[in-house]
Design a protein around this ligand. Sequence first.
Ligand SMILES: *[C@@H]1O[C@H](CO)[C@@H](O)[C@H](O)[C@H]1NC(C)=O
Ligand SMILES: *[C@@H]1O[C@H](CO)[C@@H](O)[C@H](O)[C@H]1NC(C)=O
Ligand SMILES: *[C@@H]1O[C@H](CO)[C@@H](O)[C@H](O)[C@H]1NC(C)=O
Ligand SMILES: *[C@@H]1O[C@H](CO)[C@@H](O)[C@H](O)[C@H]1NC(C)=O
Ligand SMILES: *[C@@H]1O[C@H](CO)[C@@H](O)[C@H](O)[C@H]1NC(C)=O
Ligand SMILES: *[C@@H]1O[C@H](CO)[C@@H](O)[C@H](O)[C@H]1NC(C)=O
Length: 588
Amino acid sequence: MFLTRILGIVASFIYFARSSVADHSCPPDGPLLPRPMTLASQAEFKAAGTQLSHILDSVINDKIEAGFSVENTSFSISITTLDDRHGNPAWQYHHRGANNVKGTKNVDGDTQYLIGSISKVFTDLLLLKSGLNLDDPITKYLPELISNDSLINWKDISLRALGAHLGGIQGFYGYPEMSYTVPDFEQLGFPKLSDDDFPQCGVLGMSKGCNKKQLLAGLRDTAPVTTPGLRPAYSSISFVLLSYAMEAATGKNFTQYLGEQVIKPLHLPGTGASPGNDKKAAIPPIENSWGSDYGDNVPGGGLYSTTNDMSQFIRSILTHKILSQTEVNTWLKPLSTTPQLNTLVGMPWEIYRSNILTPDHPHTVDVYSKRGSAMGYEAYMGIIDQYGLGFTILTAGGFSEAATNLADTLIAILLPAAEKATRSEAQEYVGNFTSSKEHESAIITTMDNGPGLILSNLTRNGSNIVGAIKSLWASQPVPLGGLSETLRLYPAGVSRSIRVTECVNGKEQTKTQVEEEWRLQFDIVSGNEAPGKLPSTYLVAGACGTFQTPGLLVYGGEALDRIVFVKEHGKVVGVKVPSLRVEFDVRE
Ligand SMILES: *[C@@H]1O[C@H](CO)[C@@H](O)[C@H](O)[C@H]1NC(C)=O
Ligand SMILES: *[C@@H]1O[C@H](CO)[C@@H](O)[C@H](O)[C@H]1NC(C)=O
Ligand SMILES: *[C@@H]1O[C@H](CO)[C@@H](O)[C@H](O)[C@H]1NC(C)=O
Ligand SMILES: *[C@@H]1O[C@H](CO)[C@@H](O)[C@H](O)[C@H]1NC(C)=O
Ligand SMILES: *[C@@H]1O[C@H](CO)[C@@H](O)[C@H](O)[C@H]1NC(C)=O
Ligand SMILES: *[C@@H]1O[C@H](CO)[C@@H](O)[C@H](O)[C@H]1NC(C)=O
């Protein structure tokens, strides 16, 4: 009875686990090898940087059509890696448009640009750092929103939903209405309105920016765009509400709180609420909003920054300095989907998934990005956590595609190089290790063009353990599906320092080692090739289910998939296989 129940549980998820036809089509999400710690100094990366510089030189010399006016556009681009210390981006490029005569004469890493909606990333970071319960409704902090007449059920809108465009509320209040477009509307057939019909604040050229009281009263009377949590509906005004909530909770206004929590600790002297410093700014010759006071709208789009500061900011996320590792892992996840399979939405990330960015070693890569616009300015930031990599593109004067076009160029050239550099650094884990205590015992790891490492051989006391794993897998009471021919190893993202005491020449000595957790992945390839005569989409049977396989084989409480690399001073000196109770401590 008991056994049947257990087998029933196993059987229920094994169907999902039948992942893939190809041998390793469903590796884990996230890093497939450790994030590179020497990326910036590797030849592949430097070559990519040189190539990018050449392309941008050609753009500026009009040899490549870039799709924007080179004379009218200034731009700054930086790439951030885990090893670019001392505040200098690993690579950067700057251009001052010949017509950009206002502002700074030298466009460099300290040049200030409006970053538009990238401000939302700062606001969400502040929210995460505030310690507020993100599941609390916004009405806990802004009870003024509660009204029997509102079409919006504000009590159902959480702080998290607002931070991820999931509140279902409108994007702006007042703006983008402008007094001088009213005649156009009338001429095009819209009815004549009286001033009272317009929002009483925030309409450009008609009324002043909204204060908190006006905004909350105004928003109460707006129509919902959708119901909370159903689908993302881009909303800048949500970030203003979040700043009010944080102010209610902390007693500090947005700029104060941002200064204290982010700008000061990370030392970002070129970042703040607009207006910035004219003398340090890139100011385009076209109509622009440099110098504007965004009032209460700063949290949604009113910050200015520099590529040096953005690089520092991105690095603090990648290195878990500004948030803990777990907080970053959670932050860099989607919260909703879009009808396009490659586009997801986070808090406030615009997430692009692709499996064509590293053509020589195809696998899924997520780019966590945020685009920002202000009049005359376009900006783009991206984080690719898998490679410990980020980039920032700030432009002044380009038309709307400048930043995104440059981002695509950068991604196309950078990611294949990042993949190669990651692989060459991971060669450290490739080797042949034996045991000083157990004879005829060895573990051999290798690498091919596929993901992760390969467990080529594992022997204990002369027994072939790779073969043993395969036969144990095949002889489970409930069939687990077909195991892939190749057993692959992936980093678990967990490590710890240990003190080890050893006897050298009769004397006890202690040293520090790092134990790094890895896991073998039981990648299930279709075990049952006979689909019968049922019509099938292969949707469920073909799903990626390998996340369900850790720990499916266990011996004496130790999972057979657990492998621990032992490192000293960054070098791999041994491998522990807990299920075998063997330490392979000799590197051949
Ligand atoms: C909403 O309606 C309820 C029940 O009719 C009433 O008790 C409450 O005072 C009203 N609240 C507001 C804010 O008008
Ligand atoms: C925020 O608070 C600081 C310190 O009290 C104050 O100087 C500043 O004017 C405030 N900013 C806004 C936008 O209210
Ligand atoms: C550059 O800006 C000027 C001033 O706004 C404008 O007249 C001109 O058309 C722009 N040039 C290009 C190539 O867009
Ligand atoms: C691994 O090391 C052992 C012991 O030196 C040796 O016998 C074996 O040939 C090595 N295997 C490979 C593949 O290098
Ligand atoms: C590694 O394993 C393969 C397959 O079991 C075997 O043919 C080969 O001899 C092994 N090599 C070593 C060095 O043990
Ligand atoms: C190693 O294998 C031999 C031969 O099968 C066996 O006699 C011996 O007990 C084994 N040693 C250990 C430590 O398992």
